[in-house]
Design a protein around this ligand. Structure first.
Ligand SMILES: *[C@@H]1O[C@H](CO)[C@@H](O)[C@H](O)[C@H]1NC(C)=O
Ligand SMILES: *[C@@H]1O[C@H](CO)[C@@H](O)[C@H](O)[C@H]1NC(C)=O
Ligand SMILES: *[C@@H]1O[C@H](CO)[C@@H](O)[C@H](O)[C@H]1NC(C)=O
Ligand SMILES: *[C@@H]1O[C@H](CO)[C@@H](O)[C@H](O)[C@H]1NC(C)=O
Ligand SMILES: *[C@@H]1O[C@H](CO)[C@@H](O)[C@H](O)[C@H]1NC(C)=O
Ligand SMILES: *[C@@H]1O[C@H](CO)[C@@H](O)[C@H](O)[C@H]1NC(C)=O
Ligand SMILES: *[C@@H]1O[C@H](CO)[C@@H](O)[C@H](O)[C@H]1NC(C)=O
Length: 233
């Protein structure tokens, strides 16, 4: 009986070590997630040489990607040694959802966009989210905070003439999500050397903890120039 108990204890311990090993294995280590949404008209406006396949880009924020990230090194992780993208793991229902939330607004091949994001970023958090979970959770994040709606509610809507300060745009998102987001901008291709410097709002980043369960404050440096007016158009 004692023998049985101790071998059971041994098995439990061995299993625990095994789990620890699995969880630390691979190069996919990261601190938190950045959930990046983009404003399609900006994607298309800055693509001068190869225009977007759809000449009238979507007028709502769509997913760019869910990026496992490292606090101390902004360039890692990426392209980890995980399973490569498998289109068969995207069920018809999931495909339906992602076509709306995560379209390829540039070339129009959604599957290719999903493949690129999974292979570059998703592989680095595969120990937490397998491929199907990675896409399902991203879609749920997109649904849970409608950035287009939050900005509209704060009367921040596309305008050819109006400009905003960084804090004008961040504040309503911060109020709605209760966490600090990050904005990313692109240089405005229409700006003149003589005129004032301007930038286009391109992306809104929400940050999530290691297991994606909890939204957290983003604390990386903003991807917009300081003290340069922001256009949203
Ligand atoms: C973050 O990157 C640094 C430097 O490359 C590395 O030493 C560290 O282990 C990484 N942290 C995590 C959690 O992966
Ligand atoms: C992935 O695995 C290959 C072969 O095992 C190795 O050469 C490569 O350095 C690994 N890449 C990363 C990012 O760890
Ligand atoms: C779209 O991308 C996928 C994945 O890279 C590829 O298999 C497929 O042939 C592409 N479709 C078109 C129409 O180019
Ligand atoms: C997000 O908000 C916009 C603007 O209010 C609305 O048109 C759109 O239908 C909403 N999207 C979803 C998925 O609810
Ligand atoms: C809409 O605006 C009101 C008043 O400014 C604010 O209290 C509310 O939280 C906003 N709702 C969303 C979803 O942003
Ligand atoms: C740049 O200059 C041209 C003419 O000089 C003007 O039509 C255009 O509106 C200017 N663009 C901006 C962004 O100021
Ligand atoms: C961001 O927050 C994390 C976790 O609290 C911390 O380890 C890191 O040093 C912070 N980075 C900056 C730039 O404040």
């Amino acid at each position: 009986m004692g023998m049985l108990k101790s071998s059971l204890a041994f098995l439990v311990l061995a299993f625990a070590f095994f789990l620890c090993f699995i969880m630390s294995a691979g190069d996919g280590s990261y601190d938190y997630f950045q959930f990046v949404q983009q404003w399609p008209p900006t994607n298309c406006r800055v693509r001068i040489k190869r225009p977007c396949s759809n000449p009238r880009p979507l007028q709502y924020f769509t997913i760019h990607g869910l990026w496992p990230s490292n606090y101390s090194n902004p360039t890692v992780p990426s392209n980890c040694n995980g399973s490569k993208f498998d289109a068969r793991k995207v069920s018809p229902q999931l495909r339906n959802k992602l076509t709306k939330s995560w379209p390829d607004v540039e070339s129009g091949n959604d599957t290719k966009f999903w493949e690129g994001e999974w292979n570059k970023h998703g592989t680095c958090s595969e120990q937490t989210l397998h491929q199907m979970q990675y896409f399902e959770i991203s879609h749920d994040m997109w649904l849970s905070h409608n950035i287009t709606h939050i900005l509209k509610n704060a009367t921040i809507v596309p305008s050819a003439t109006q400009t905003w300060k960084y804090s004008d745009i961040v504040t309503p998102i911060k109020i709605a999500t209760k966490r600090t987001p990050l904005l990313r901008c692109k240089p405005d291709p229409a700006q003149n050397k003589s005129g004032p410097k301007t930038q286009l709002l391109h992306e809104v980043v929400l940050c999530y903890g290691y297991n994606t369960k909890k939204q957290i404050d983003c604390n990386r440096t903003a991807g917009c120039w300081n003290n340069v007016d922001i256009k949203f158009q």
